[in-house]
Design a protein. Structure first.
Length: 178
């Protein structure tokens, strides 16, 4: 009898422990292909690569606070429109963010997938609308202030940093084409 009581107690303790562990479920709102179709209004676009030299890696680290993995970044282009997709860590898990630029100005920011347990409000239009028409100033900061969301500070930072990164890459490409 005492053996069964111990067993039940262990099972209950294990279940309580498992239920208390915070697990973030991945929520995919849009695939990359859907994002690109939306970004370019159904028009054709070209897939391109930006090779990361030492200067770009340094600027990237300054914006993100960490190095970007890989030697190149993929982006898509149709005329002045470019689209960028990055995974950036919110608190613990990556948030997949798409940024559409018209020249060196934000046209739209979209959260494609959110994997954190908190901060999912960053995917909503009312929040993302703040980024429209933003560009970078001389200090690589956005020209518009972004209101945060209580409890989503790290997710807001991830979206902001990816937007800044996309704009920095776009500026770099513009300078190379002059």
């Amino acid at each position: 009898m005492l053996g069964r009581a111990k067993e039940r107690c262990l099972v209950i303790c294990a279940l309580c422990l498992l239920s208390s562990i915070s697990t973030a479920s991945a929520e995919e709102y849009m695939t990359r292909e859907q994002f690109l179709t939306t970004a370019f209004g159904g028009e054709n676009y070209d897939a391109k690569k930006l090779w990361l030299d030492r200067e770009l890696k340094s600027k990237t680290k300054a914006i993100l606070g960490h190095e970007l993995k890989g030697l190149r970044v993929r982006y898509w282009q149709n005329g002045a429109l470019t689209a960028w997709v990055f995974d950036e860590i919110g608190k613990e898990m990556p948030v997949t963010i798409g940024v559409t630029l018209n020249g060196n100005q934000v046209k739209n920011v979209t959260v494609l997938a959110f994997r954190e347990s908190r901060g999912g409000e960053v995917r909503h239009g009312y929040f993302l609308a703040q980024y429209r028409n933003a560009s970078l100033n001389n200090e690589a900061r956005l020209t518009q202030s972004i209101d945060g969301i209580t409890g989503a500070t790290l997710s807001v930072r991830a979206v902001t940093n990816v937007t800044r990164l996309s704009l920095m890459f776009s500026q770099y490409l513009s300078q190379q084409n002059q």
